[in-house]
Design a protein around this ligand. Structure first.
Ligand code: PGA
Length: 250
């Protein structure tokens, strides 16, 4: 049985004080949810939000993390710094990090392994662009991103990893993959995991869908066999819409 897992990626939105006020509302709104719920504010909002969510059922994630321990890395934030303020999860390999900041599968893999080693739980994002999909390269792209992203991760450690399938063309565009299309890719990711690890690892892994998830499409997505949750951008920025997503089963 896979527990539904809804994550709100706030991206570069909300100042620290806005984030704290919003987190207070969310902690109240999300009480009693069956699904796991996570918020991922910006780095500077993490300490304040950590205080607010402490002791609640709202989990805390970062949107990125440095690939190295510490030292001369201007502008980076380390795993130890995140752990020190109570961060539990880290989103890695988001398509915006890949496309805008040039993150490669190899860098993302280093971060995934480092997060696990440090005790942070990675949410590894994968997804194809529209050009790749139209060129018939969907499976090739997903295979590479999953395989390279998880290189060197043991089956025991895979249990700490969540995968988020986010077709790049569906992010922030209002275009969602149809539930059938999304489920087909999730099913393919499970096959890749079964080939790399085992059938039981493939059954157990949580695979979120991301890309214009909204209160009005979450139910049909979650009804699909291989979709276990959502990584939500835009619709995670308002209490009502994120609440409806987390309570999709009510
Ligand atoms: P969106 O973003 O829900 O605004 O499409 C999803 C994401 O990028 O994680």
């Amino acid at each position: 049985m896979r527990t539904a897992f809804m994550a709100g990626n706030w991206k570069m939105n909300k100042t620290p004080s806005e984030a704290v006020a919003f987190a207070k509302e969310l902690v109240e709104a999300l009480k009693g949810a069956n699904a796991k719920a996570l918020v991922a504010p910006t780095f500077v909002a993490l300490p304040g939000v950590a205080e607010v969510v402490k002791g609640s059922n709202v989990l805390l994630g970062a949107q990125n993390m440095a690939s190295v321990e510490s030292g001369a890395h201007t502008g980076e934030v380390s795993a130890d710094m995140l752990l020190d303020i109570g961060v539990q999860y880290v989103i890695l390999g988001h398509s915006e990090r890949r496309a805008i900041y040039g993150e490669t599968d190899s860098l993302i893999n280093t971060k995934v392994k480092f997060a696990i080693e440090k005790g942070l739980l990675p949410i590894l994002c994968v997804g194809e662009t529209l050009e790749e999909r139209e060129a018939g390269k969907l499976e090739e792209v997903i295979l590479t991103q999953v395989k390279e992203g998880l290189k060197g991760v043991s089956e025991a450690d895979l249990a700490k990893v969540t995968i988020a399938y986010e077709p790049v063309w569906a992010i922030g565009t209002g275009k969602t993959a149809t539930p059938d299309d999304a489920d087909a890719v999730h099913k393919y990711i499970r096959k890749v995991i079964a080939d790399l690890y085992s059938g039981s690892a493939a059954d157990a892994i949580i695979i979120q869908y991301g890309g214009s998830v909204k209160p009005d499409n979450v139910k049909e997505l979650m009804a699909m066999e291989n979709i276990d949750g959502a990584l939500v951008g835009g619709a995670s920025l308002k209490t009502d819409s994120f609440k409806s997503i987390v309570f999709f089963d009510k």
